[in-house]
Design a protein around this ligand. Structure first.
Ligand code: CA
Length: 226
């Protein structure tokens, strides 16, 4: 899951970054409205925007208005000061999906983040399934035919992206975008290495990661021979 945080309070932003990264998300942070706007225009791969409304340079409501005017439907969770009911109402009217009034508990924010991304993916639980392969986004546990898979954080992230798009092609560039934060040097070669490791861990099951030469990867079920 890739998340953009737009928040100018550095202490709060650091807390959010830590907590969301611990729960397995790939998280980027900007501290002004103009940067948030630019980041959202440059990258379509975000699953969620956490948007403080009181941002310098461009107000959070303007960032939201511009995002929705471009036709983007990504879930937006707005952060507002406790007393600003008007802003909250305006934010929801402009297409925000949920809000949190400051101060809030990080555990509640994490639960809302999970709920929002589930809803946008059309899922009612935290479980993503492809045949006998299951991944629980809340617990960060993957199982194959009921057996727990021992995967690194990177391998789990990779599996999550492949499962979210199972049966469809995912390019290496998309995987780099989904799995890496800004400033992180991860090459498409490194992606090949992660794919290789993940393959070894799931290869005994009836699911495989197919390589589509020059294009990317696709999670498929192996059809039993007729
Ligand atoms: Ca602020």
């Amino acid at each position: 899951m890739r998340i953009l945080i737009a928040e100018d309070d550095q202490v709060l932003a650091d807390g959010l970054l830590r907590s969301l990264r611990n729960s397995g998300a790939v998280v980027d942070h900007v501290a002004t409205g103009t940067e948030a706007d630019a980041a959202l225009m440059a990258n379509n791969e975000f699953d969620l925007l956490i948007l403080d409304l009181g941002l310098p340079k461009m107000h959070g409501l303007e960032v939201l208005k511009r995002l929705r005017a471009r036709g983007s439907a990504i879930p937006v969770l707005i952060l507002t000061a406790a007393e600003s009911v008007d802003e909250r109402v305006q934010g929801l009217d402009l297409g925000a999906d949920d809000y949190m009034a400051k101060p809030f508990a990080l555990s509640e924010l994490e639960a809302r983040v999970r709920a929002l991304t589930r809803r946008s993916a059309g899922m009612s639980t935290t479980l993503i399934q492809h045949g006998p392969l299951e991944y629980d986004q809340a617990g960060r546990v993957a199982t194959l035919e009921g057996r727990m898979l021992e995967l690194s954080a990177r391998e789990l992230g990779l599996l999550e992206v492949l499962l979210q798009r199972s049966g469809r092609l995912v390019s290496k560039d998309q995987l780099v975008e989904r799995l890496c934060e800004w400033g992180e040097e991860v090459s498409t070669n490194a992606i090949e290495v992660y794919i290789h490791r993940l393959r070894k861990k799931i290869e005994k099951g009836p699911v495989r990661i197919a390589t589509v030469r020059g294009l990317g990867y696709c999670l498929e079920k192996i059809q039993p021979a007729a």
